[in-house]
Design a protein. Structure first.
Length: 285
């Protein structure tokens, strides 16, 4: 078969998958099936035996990433943590992506103690954490109802030389909003505003809502004013609703009406909450 004909056949069949990957896919699927069958109770010995049997010759970093990511998404957290232990017992190196996948799994179910333990392990190994690590660890504490721990963790991170992103700040400010820590939310917002991290609507909305819920309506309006002055940040219905609601609660009907007019000028779609808050503000005139 000529080279040209071979290329035509390959094009019709699509890209040829590496046979090694097919074998590894089958092994990973075997482990995932075992993890799903052990949902009620996950003995460490069973996990170790499964991995010894499926990977008798070990596995590379890429396969480890796929295995732990798959377990984090489809298996139980306990099985995933034992799988990490198995890697360490066999001296297979765990990297940033492996830890991030498992800490993110902890965040989804609020397993904050496990998340912090993994975070501590990374620090002990002097691994350089990234924004994904920080956001997942803070999110795990938040989901587990440990908001003080979440904010303390963010404080430690903010004082380090680590590079933070908008998601990390958004997570921390959202925690403040939930628990009424509007002053802390403003502190985080100011740090973010002074940094080189790009602001987004989520950060503004969470900060405004934190102020609105605790009666700090003037601060909420100040944040909204900054939002409206940032040309690269898109105003949203949520932004207007939170600010108009703040004005409504504290009798600032004139400001509420000005905001409602601005909403129309900026071509932002009002919601039922927008109309109700604006009408309620006028009733308190």
């Amino acid at each position: 078969m000529s080279g040209e004909m071979q290329r035509c056949v390959t094009a019709r069949q699509g890209p040829v998958r590496d046979p090694h990957l097919k074998v590894e896919d089958a092994k990973i699927e075997t482990v995932l099936k075992t993890s799903r069958s052990l949902r009620e109770a996950v003995p460490a010995d069973a996990v170790f035996a499964t991995l010894d049997q499926v990977f008798p010759d070990g596995l590379d970093a890429f396969t480890t990433t796929r295995l732990l990511s798959g377990l984090a998404k489809k298996g139980t957290l306990e099985f995933t943590l034992f799988a990490m232990s198995w890697h360490q017992m066999n001296r297979y190196e765990l990297n940033l992506y492996h830890y991030n996948a498992v800490i993110d799994a902890c965040a989804k179910i609020g397993a904050w103690t496990n998340a912090l333990q993994l975070f501590s392990e990374m620090k002990q190994k002097r691994m350089e954490c990234d924004a994904v690590t920080f956001s997942a660890a803070i999110g795990a504490c938040d989901q587990g109802g440990q908001w003080k721990t979440a904010l303390q963790l963010f404080g430690v991170i903010a004082q380090s030389t680590a590079k933070l992103d908008t998601i990390t700040f958004s997570t921390a400010i959202s925690v403040c909003e939930k628990v009424g820590e509007w002053q802390t939310a403003l502190d985080f917002f100011r740090v973010l505003a002074q940094s080189k991290v790009e602001l987004d609507t989520v950060v503004f909305n969470a900060t405004i809502s934190a102020c609105e819920k605790q009666g700090a309506w003037e601060n909420g309006i100040d944040v909204f004013s900054k939002l409206s002055s940032e040309n690269y940040v898109e105003l949203s219905t949520i932004s207007f609703n939170a600010t108009i609601s703040a004005c409504e609660k504290y009798g600032e009907w004139a400001k509420a009406l000005r905001l409602f007019s601005a909403l129309e000028e900026d071509e932002v779609e009002p919601s039922m909450t927008t109309f109700n808050a604006s009408i309620s503000a006028c009733e308190k005139k």
